[in-house]
Design a binder for this molecule. Sequence first.
Ligand SMILES: *Cc1c(COP(=O)(O)O)cnc(C)c1O
Length: 450
Amino acid sequence: MNEAGADRRRVPAVHRLLADARIAAAAGDLDRATVKTAIACELDAARAGARPTSYDAIVAAVGERLRAAHARVLQPAINATGVLLHTNLGRAPLAPEALAAIARIAGGYANLEYDLTGGRRGSRHEAIADEVRALTGAEDCVVVGNGAAALLLVLDTFAKGREAIVSRGELIEIGGGFRIPDVLDHSGAALVEVGTTNRTYLRDVERALGPRTALLLRTHRSNFAIEGYVREIVPAELAALGRRQGVAVVEDLGSGAIVDLTEYGLPAERTVGDVLGDGFDLVTFSCDKLLGGPQAGIVAGRRAAVARVRANPLLRALRVDKLTLAALAATLRLHRTHATRAHIPLYRMLGASIASLEARAAAYRAAVPSLQVVPTEARVGAGALPAAVLPSRAVRLAAARPDAVLAALRGAQPPVVARIDGDAVLLDLRTIAPGEDPAAIAALLGATPA
Ligand SMILES: *Cc1c(COP(=O)(O)O)cnc(C)c1O
């Protein structure tokens, strides 16, 4: 080391690093400024003595930095997990019709809150109201940012400073730390728990009713099941009780099934129409679960109850944008018939036959002979239908270090998110779109030890 000291050590020139093929490969389509910044940071660190100064060590460190920068870019990924609604991977992929609707609206102005018949201010909720009425029997609805916001809005509207009665068996945590008791707490409603974890009767609710009761809340156990010595209140009886007492009755349905899912080989799931048919005033549900649409939440039900929700100033803070509305309206339209529903990726995945999955698996094997084809069980995910398994097929890649293969697949372009099963990596074909097969095969070839 010379007199310049540890902070002036000799490092490679920037242009040499910029021209290095390894750095170019790690940079992918990142812009040049980002690549230069990564190089500059590493050179500074090397000059300051915080890193080795050898050329190869610096190339490796820049490559690491660029790969990390790449991983932070919001980008498409291939879901090979077999979990159809994977919250970390963006839940429901949108139908082509929903994408077209976004493209049609996004680049210009739209009648988002403009009533074209009257030439005056309108409501953004009208964009979906007709479809929601037709599909669920609701008289009216509002749409907000997600299912959690829909529930929060309802609780804030009806139960703030008053009491909400909930069965102990329904005081659930939905995921991501969203717990019913905490949401009630935040909305300023006092929680009145009735019954026991496994058994609650209508008379438990009757006894808890009082002058401060504002709401009877039923939460759908979408992400777990209780079996055995169990008794729950018949929903229609809860609704009738609320009606007699003049207290609002609300169900947080969560997954938001619109149609009977048994025709897709799934267990029967309570639908939005079932809840309203039972006489509930309001139902809240997500739009990116069993509806197969964009992230949003809907509050639907009786006109008078929805009118109170619409008058809540909190609605302004929870409103959705025009892109979401465009995609949601298009998705709802697809639910009108069985044939058009099949355009929604979720329903295409649910409906894919084992024979079609096996045919695709054979194409994977032809390209990567070390693969095996194995039966697997796919899941709906997002807390919907926890007990339901969908028979599926996966390609299995045995590996001495499956975690390294998994990481290599994540580093592919586009990234592939798979899962480990013992000493192998599994790619479940039910959640991979057929159009993604060539990219998934290429990623497998790249990740397979030669
Ligand atoms: C998923 C779910 C929610 C939350 O919906 P998000 O759209 O994820 O905010 C609320 N309640 C139930 C019962 C759910 O299953």
